[in-house]
Design a protein around this ligand. Structure first.
Ligand code: SF4
Ligand SMILES: [Zn+2]
Ligand SMILES: [Zn+2]
Length: 304
């Protein structure tokens, strides 16, 4: 039996479990885009003469965020979009995901910049993993990726850097930092409304959108993306938190959003208690750091 859309009589293409609505193709798109636009507004004014960078890995979240940012901003004469892909050097994974990123940028006429670990850091992720360092692949990958995105964004004069982080990512990060006792990091989770000198403001248009809804939106818009998991993902602690959040959401629909909402409710208190440290310039690379040497230079010293 075909189920009808809760808003019109057309056949529903999806059921939104956490609010009990069935939605047809058009109403799903409307529901999706309305929340994204609302969140973009909430995350600060997009003034004219602005350069927006979009971090595009080639996976569904980043390809979809690029598509939607292009829909919203490409007609505004004073907004310039740039796509930035970080090539970590993971054979059989990142080389494949760069292809759909290149393709969509070409189609939309968006300048695409590729920054590689090999060029910027001097080593690929595959080479790092072969050294079997006890810190694990993702520690290196996360720090080096942030370095690449920050330095490239500054070189390009980017005012805001958009990432495709979704509601599932947010709920996992909040729980993970909380469980690890990393309250300072928890206080600094993006998006940011203010940023310290030397860093680039982050914007997360999908922070309230569940991963599955992004996948559906990408499919119905015929977006091509790379759908595979990084071969080193099993080394990430995040996997355990993904399972926990999925299980909680299954048993109690809406949990992911409640986690995010609770976080938003205490974020200002956290920032009052843990104000951002004054940053120095790393003497080696010039990037901002609260310590003597920045994390990138510390990890480089350890692995190179
Ligand atoms: S799973 Fe780890 S190694 Fe793979 S891309 Fe993500 S952070 Fe990098
Ligand atoms: Zn409908
Ligand atoms: Zn440094």
């Amino acid at each position: 039996m075909t189920v009808s859309c809760s808003k019109c009589k057309k056949p529903a293409i999806t059921y939104i479990r956490y609010n009990g609505t069935h939605l047809c193709h058009d109403h799903f798109i409307q529901y999706f885009e309305k929340r994204v636009k609302k969140d973009i507004k909430k995350q600060g004014k997009t003034q004219s003469n602005i350069k927006i960078g979009i971090a595009v890995s080639g996976g569904k979240d980043s390809i979809t965020v690029l598509h939607i940012m292009n829909n919203i901003f490409s007609k505004r004469a004073n907004v310039k979009l740039h796509a930035i892909t970080v090539d970590e050097g993971i054979k059989g994974y990142r080389d494949k995901s760069i292809l759909p990123a290149e393709k969509i940028c070409k189609k939309l006429g968006i300048t695409h910049h590729i920054v590689s670990f090999k060029d910027e850091i001097g080593i690929t992720m595959d080479e790092i993993v072969s050294k079997n360092d006890e810190l694990g692949a993702c520690t290196y990958c996360g720090v080096f990726r942030r370095f690449c995105l920050n330095t490239k964004s500054k070189k390009l004069g980017i005012d805001k850097l958009v990432t495709g982080h979704n509601l599932d990512d947010m709920a996992q990060s909040i729980l993970m930092n909380f469980t690890n006792g990393d309250i300072k990091k928890l206080a600094r989770l993006g998006p940011h409304t203010k940023i310290q000198p030397g860093l680039v403001l982050r914007m997360m248009p999908f922070r309230t959108i569940p991963e599955k809804e992004i996948a559906l939106y990408a499919i119905i818009n015929n977006l091509e993306f790379h759908d595979a998991e990084c071969p080193y993902a099993s080394q990430a602690l995040r996997g355990s938190f993904r399972d926990i959040v999925d299980d909680l959401e299954f048993k109690n629909p809406g949990t992911r959003y409640s986690i995010l909402n609770s976080y938003d409710g205490i974020k200002d208190l956290l920032l009052d208690k843990f104000p951002p440290a004054n940053l120095n310039k790393c003497p080696k690379c010039g990037e901002p750091t609260s310590q003597k040497l920045c994390k990138t230079c510390i990890l480089k010293k350890r692995i190179l």
